[in-house]
Design a protein around this ligand. Structure first.
Ligand code: C5P
Length: 398
């Protein structure tokens, strides 16, 4: 399983085994991962920040803020950035604090903020490892979903021999890759439709009515769903994007073509994510020849298209339906009314008033709204926004 492009937060704590964190960092980088190192203050006594910064190619983080310039190291943004947090080596002290929610350094506050999978590779003397306190702390962490990469049996820094020696870096990397691939396959066996891009309503053989949608958000969602093992059919309107790997694309042009494709595909699906920007109106008549210009004004009569989402919603049963709303005013009220009218499980609200949100760009700022409430996400890349939306889809489909 590849770690290519994955964001790994590597937490290093104050153990003799911290020297192995250098090799671990190199192996993670070599596997294509982005590594951000967070050290506890004591870890700096065991391995220098310079070594870790050079190997990870990023400044390492230790304190809540930089004492020189006051810059704040946001544990929340670190938690959001990470696909996985790995604490290696993890001392008995850090494990105990993690188990009890103590938050007295940046590594621990980041752990408490992280929503990604977390793995720990304990490293300590055999008696500390065997102590009931440590074992109970590890059991608590396991129960909360933390993956424990078991230490090995062997010679310890104290001169004693027994269980407590941190797993070898290559073994840690292999277990981490497996952990991430498990998360990635959580939608195995689910068939999902994603609509994306803009529809095109022909006026004549040359002109059409369309909109500014580029399809980036829908394509990022299709990719994120496929990466977690879902069988994805991308019902796509106009876009310049290539079809993501492992995704089946059905190309459509008009709202009517997209409607036909969606109804056909929804019959055997577990759900649909309606991300396309579908025209609400289409020319009443399509001229078979190019319309010639005359002296005066011209009027094109438009008729309503079918609302694909609403029609799927009317007959969705217990299948999942996720909608999008792009609003310029009364954002939340409009989105909530669509949530009910179209029978969505939840709706993703974009406001064109938010900087960095909307058409074309690589970032988005959305609010997820369901019948229980609203969750406002920060400004994120479209890929990260897609991951957060897929997390919610996953929690509903489970
Ligand atoms: O009503 P409005 O167009 O704002 O609703 C947006 C949501 O409905 C989006 O999820 C969009 O993909 C979907 N939609 C649709 N068919 C239409 C219009 C909108 O599927 N004809």
């Amino acid at each position: 399983m590849s770690l290519q492009g994955r964001h790994i937060l590597l937490g290093v704590t104050g153990s003799i085994a911290a020297y192995k964190a250098a090799l671990l960092c190199r192996l993670l980088k070599g596997a294509g991962a982005e590594v951000q190192v967070v050290m506890t203050p004591l870890a700096k006594e065991f391995i220098t920040p310079l070594t870790m910064a050079t190997l990870s190619k990023r400044p390492i983080l230790v304190e809540f803020f930089d004492p020189e310039n006051g810059a704040w190291n946001s544990h929340v943004s670190l938690g959001e950035w990470a696909d996985c947090m790995l604490v290696a080596p993890a001392t008995a002290n850090t494990l105990a604090k993690m188990a009890h929610g103590i938050a007295d350094n940046l590594l621990l506050t980041t752990y408490l903020s992280a929503r990604c999978p977390v793995a720990v590779a304990p490293a300590m003397d055999l008696d500390m490892f065997a102590h009931t306190a440590t074992q109970e702390n590890l059991a608590t962490l396991r129960r909360r979903g933390v993956a424990v990469i078991e230490p090995g049996d062997g010679e310890l820094a104290s001169g004693l021999s027994g269980k407590g020696r941190m797993a070898e870096p290559a073994e840690i990397v292999a277990q981490l890759a497996e952990l991430l691939s498990e998360k990635k396959k959580s939608l195995q066996g689910k068939r999902l439709i994603v609509t994306a891009g803009a529809t095109i309503e022909a006026i004549d053989p040359v002109r059409f009515i369309s909109n500014h949608s580029t399809g980036k958000m829908g394509y990022a969602l299709a990719e994120a769903l496929a990466a977690r093992g879902a069988e994805v059919t991308l019902v796509s309107g106009r876009t310049a994007l290539p079809c993501p790997e492992g995704v089946r694309r059905v190309e459509t042009r008009s709202a009517e073509e997209m409607y036909q494709a969606c109804v056909r595909e929804f019959a055997a699906a577990d759900g649909a994510v309606m991300c396309a920007a579908v025209a609400d109106y289409t020319p009443e008549e399509v001229s078979p020849v190019k319309l010639k210009k005359g002296e005066g004004e011209m009027t094109i009569r438009l008729k309503r298209t079918r609302d694909i989402a609403a029609e799927l919603g009317a007959d969705k049963g217990n299948r999942l339906l996720v909608g999008f709303a792009l609003e310029t005013d009364h954002e939340a009220e409009n989105a909530e009314s669509k949530l009910c009218r179209k029978n969505f499980d939840f709706i993703v609200l974009n406001s064109l008033r938010d900087a960095g949100a909307g058409f074309g760009g690589d970032t988005n700022k959305v609010t997820l709204i369901d019948r229980a409430g609203r969750e406002e996400l920060p400004l994120l890349s479209k890929a990260e926004t897609a991951e957060r939306i897929v997390d919610k889809i996953e929690s509903i489909l489970k």
